[in-house]
Ligand binder design. Structure first.
Ligand code: NCD
Length: 297
């Protein structure tokens, strides 16, 4: 592994190695301070709460120093191009670059120019590999294995890099995948083997895991569906969750909007909701990724 740009760039062995290493961190079995003296750049060209703070926490838990950069306070605001900004930052020779960008494949461009590993924290509508890895770790912990489970992604699948990378990793791990989406949010091309529905009532029966994805309104010129209409037809309520398999679990990448794509009672149900477990595992997965990319360099 040289960079982490998407799930497609990882072999099955890479995925297993990352999940096993993350589990070792979760179990307190790996040594801390592995990256003492290393400098990691965190370049977020787009808003983030969980991903940015989680990467920073992971790097610091491993003893690395994190340099945070954001476009609002930088020369980008003075008109410098993305390419020149990246060339400038890369010339400072960080040990790793973590980045998020609004444009698909922006991390690939950085990976071509930088002399260090590049880790994608989300690019446009394309990929969010560490989110997919932390989702896989969380489900593996909850159910022992992913093979044979039925997962339902519901909501704005067309604009969601979380759904894209998630469907990719879970298909490779042997899950059955369904989509429930309003026609406006249905992807143009369905990944092979994925079943699609437009009504929650049709997609829920037999689901072992339900993953609500919020409408990604910031990627559209105007919201395609208003919040009240969305909640009425596609919101994950206790009644809709009751149509899934007994004991079905709920995962969500966040940010969650209570009463829109997920009911507060579902998000807070300790027997069903894995949402905060996902957040906790995010740190372990990002520690594993930094460890595996950097420790041997
Ligand atoms: C998401 C993202 O930004 O891709 N959040 C996250 O990283 N956990 C999903 C979203 O914004 O809906």
């Amino acid at each position: 592994m040289q960079h982490i740009l998407g799930i497609d760039g990882l072999s099955d062995a890479d995925i297993t190695a990352i999940l096993d290493c993350a589990q070792a961190y979760a179990d307190g079995l790996r040594q801390p301070e592995l990256l003492r003296g290393r400098i990691v750049f965190s370049l977020f060209f787009e808003n983030s709460t969980r991903t940015r703070v989680s990467f920073e926490t992971a790097a610091k838990r491993l003893g690395a120093e994190v340099v945070n950069w954001s476009p609002g306070a930088s020369s980008v605001a003075k008109g410098e191009s993305f390419a020149d900004t990246i060339a400038t930052l890369a010339a400072m020779r960080p040990d790793a670059i973590i980045m998020r960008h609004t444009e698909n494949r922006a991390p690939h461009m950085v990976a071509e120019r930088a002399l260090c590993p590049v880790i994608n924290g989300g690019d446009g509508t394309r990929a969010h590999p560490t989110q997919a890895l932390l989702d896989a770790l969380t489900l593996r912990q909850a159910r022992g294995q992913v093979q044979g489970l039925t997962l339902v992604y519901c909501g704005d699948i067309a604009h969601s890099r979380v759904a894209g990378s998630g469907m990719e990793i879970f298909r490779r791990l042997g899950a059955r995948i369904r989509i429930v989406a309003p026609p406006a949010f249905m992807p143009m091309d369905l990944p092979p083997g994925v079943e699609a529905f437009t009504r929650m009532e049709d997609g829920m029966p037999g689901a072992d895991v339900v993953i609500p994805i919020r409408p990604q309104n910031e990627r559209m010129d105007t919201a395609l569906i208003d919040d009240a209409g969305y909640a009425a037809a596609w919101g994950l309520t206790p009644q809709r969750l009751a149509l899934a398999a007994p004991g079905a679990l709920v995962m969500a990448p966040g940010p969650i909007r209570r009463g829109v794509e997920i009911d507060g009672a579902v998000a807070d149900d300790p027997a069903r909701s894995l949402i905060l477990k996902q957040v906790a595992n995010g740190v372990f997965v990002r520690m594993a990724v930094l460890d595996l990319l950097l420790a041997e360099r």
